[in-house]
Ligand binder design. Structure first.
Ligand code: GTP
Ligand code: SPV
Ligand code: MN
Length: 612
């Protein structure tokens, strides 16, 4: 017999999914929490967690008159955003993760994770959180069980997902589920005082698409830790969707109603902090139009028997960017945030309320900033962290759509791709067809924001706004989109558009007013959907990069928009676009023979249109 002690190991999920209780017991054996608590998502549970976190200094109660039942959390300054460099896709074959993901061999990652998870929850409570993405038991819904040693994460999960013991019933009845283990990675040895935001400088956000597992270590923030969101609803779900014939996308979802009372559903993919929440809660400035909110971050789209794509928002809450959310830019969100909100990393006012850059036109004379330090205007630091966020129930959104929890979802009429582009990309362009639409999505580039580590403002490719969120090879994701499109009824296929609210003039000024005025773009887009239904070309003129509104077709009445600016918003400079085509060719090259021929062909067609 060898003398070696048994090294700790992660539960082996290669053959069968264990019973939830068995898996929970296995993780507890490994992480050694002091106790295990099963969560039910109830109001009483929320109250207990809140009281505990207030006592621990993790949550600061806000003034109950000004901001009833709302709290401020300040994270560790080193734990403020998603950590893409520590996000891993652990597929058996490296090619299945593709060149845009960090790949690790599953066996190696499992051993490494077993090492860091061993004893990681000592001195803490391990909470078991059964959750559903989508209405519990719905035909498009999926189940997960997150274990976590962070009460902040539990509270956030109860807002962002449907946490309920009924999820365990669905699993017990035979439904599949995704095990999601999370630890902040800060065990407490005997009697050691705790900190308000425990975390670990060493971080792992690891995904196993084949065994459909998530293991996250070291961070308590956002997408790193609320595992139902990016880890499950995008990275794991995209892999499930690839296998089952549906799509998990980084998209907002809205219902648009025209003055004639016709309803349309639009799904739009913009990279992180590029305006999904604003678009999802848009207040049209065009008379007679309404926009209702279905989702602000993630949409699951599935072909239905009618040959159309049907979409649900799998989440139950919003984890939205605070800075820039203000009375002029997003009045709906400001009303949504009046009560029952957890704010993270925003500033505190002297009267016990919250503030962030862009909330109000006037800046308070004194604040406590997101790090807990005194702050005055002109001190040279932002008061709120650029990636500070609010966590709030979707039901609380004043513009939430009727029937937003319909488990069957809504039929999608248009798909929109967007990004932050100071140059080149027109305000709006319609694709020449599905394949060209997939090309538009595949070639999105955007200036980077504070939602993840990295250099803010740097232009990077962010295909389908899924660069950090696709759980498999990005080129296979494009092939999957082409395949899904082929399976739809030709007249049931959504039209595909590209938009850009962020084009600037030579002085760096935004050319387009944006926000509520984006309803003007929506109105044209919906007109194109209507025209396509009756077999017409609509009010559009061709350009090399797509169809743009014909002269006079974009309603700019009452906007103080000089003709020169309008022209600049739609300018297509062949030289600049040919240079962009070069970059696209290089970008595509890294995918080798996984790149679908249709996209290579679309690039050739684009070049041909540019040189005609
Ligand atoms: P994630 O939650 O990170 O996925 O991002 P999101 O896409 O939901 O981000 P959000 O809507 O919170 O984006 C906020 C940023 O976009 C702020 O800086 C806004 O000022 C800016 N923004 C949103 N809409 C517009 C617009 O129409 N025009 C301009 N210029 N900026 C906009
Ligand atoms: C994003 O970064 O796209 C977000 C925020 O929606 S997080 O949940 O932290 O990923
Ligand atoms: Mn997002």
């Amino acid at each position: 017999m060898t003398a070696a002690t048994t090294a700790p190991a992660l539960p082996d999920l290669h053959d069968t999914r264990p019973d939830v209780r068995t898996w929970v017991a296995q993780v507890a054996d490994l992480a050694e929490p002091d106790r295990v608590v099963w969560c039910d998502g109830s109001a009483a549970e929320r109250e207990r967690l809140v009281a505990e976190m207030v006592a621990a200094g993790t949550l600061l109660p806000l003034d109950p008159e000004r901001r009833p039942n709302s709290f401020l959390a300040r994270s560790d300054p080193d734990d403020v955003a998603r950590v893409e460099s520590r996000t891993f896709i652990c597929s058996e074959d490296e090619e299945d993760a593709g060149p845009t993901n960090n790949w690790r061999e599953p066996r190696v990652m499992r051993a490494e994770l077993a090492g860091v998870f061993a004893g990681a929850m000592r001195g803490r409570t391990m909470y078991v959180v059964p959750f559903s993405m989508g209405p519990v038991g719905g035909p498009l819904s999926h189940q997960g069980v997150q274990v976590t040693d962070s009460p902040y994460v539990v509270l956030s999960m109860t807002v962002m997902t449907r946490v309920s013991p009924r999820v365990l019933d669905v699993i017990d009845a035979g439904a599949d589920w995704v095990p999601a283990a999370h630890s902040v990675g800060a065990p407490r040895e005997d009697g050691e005082a705790d900190v308000p935001w425990p975390c670990n400088p060493r971080k792992y956000i690891a995904h196993f698409p084949e065994t459909r597992e998530i293991w996250s270590f070291g961070s308590g923030y956002g997408g790193n830790a609320l595992l139902g969101k990016k880890c499950f609803a995008l990275r794991i779900a995209s892999a499930i969707g690839r296998d089952e014939g549906w799509l998990a996308e980084h998209m907002l979802l809205v219902r648009v109603t025209s003055p004639e009372g016709r309803r349309y559903h639009v799904a739009a993919a913009f990279p992180s902090a590029c305006g999904k929440t604003n678009f999802a809660m848009l207040q049209p400035t065009l008379p007679g139009w309404t926009v209702e909110t279905l989702g602000d971050d993630i949409a699951w789209l599935r072909p239905g028997p009618d040959g159309r794509l049907h979409a649900i928002n799998p989440e139950a809450g919003f984890f939205g960017v605070a800075p820039g959310t203000g009375v002029t830019t997003n009045p709906t969100a400001v009303r949504m945030l009046e009560r029952d909100v957890v704010f993270t990393n925003v500033a505190l006012t002297d009267d016990g309320d919250v503030w962030w850059e862009g909330l109000t036109p006037e800046t308070p004379e004194h604040l406590v900033d997101w790090t807990g330090r005194d702050w005055t205007p002109g001190c040279g630091r932002p008061a709120a962290h650029p990636n500070s966020r609010f966590t709030v129930a979707a039901a609380q959104c004043p513009s939430i759509a009727d029937g937003w929890e319909d488990p069957a979802g809504v039929p999608v009429d248009a798909v929109v791709f967007g990004g932050r582009r100071a140059t080149n990309v027109p305000l709006v362009a319609q694709s020449y067809g599905w394949e060209h639409g997939v090309f538009m999505g595949a070639t999105v580039a955007s200036e980077q924001t504070a939602a993840a580590e990295g250099t803010v403002g740097e232009l990077r490719r962010d295909p389908f706004a899924m660069l950090p969120f696709c759980g498999y090879n990005m080129a296979d994701h494009w092939a999957h989109w082409l395949r899904v499109g082929d399976g739809l009824a030709p007249e049931g296929r959504p039209l595909v558009f590209q938009v850009n609210w962020f084009r600037k003039d030579a002085d760096g000024r935004f050319l387009w007013p944006g926000f509520g005025e984006n309803s003007r773009v929506l109105a044209w887009l919906v007109g194109q959907v209507e025209a396509a239904r009756s077999g017409g070309p609509g009010a559009a003129r061709p350009t090399p990069v797509g169809l743009v509104p014909a002269a006079g077709a974009l309603d700019v009445d009452g906007l103080d928009l000089p003709d020169a600016d309008l022209a600049a918003l739609f300018e297509v400079d062949p030289e600049a676009w040919l240079a962009e085509a070069e970059l696209t060719e290089d970008f595509f090259a890294q995918f080798g023979d996984r790149l679908p021929d249709a996209l290579r062909h679309q690039l050739a067609l684009l070049r041909e249109r540019l040189t005609r």
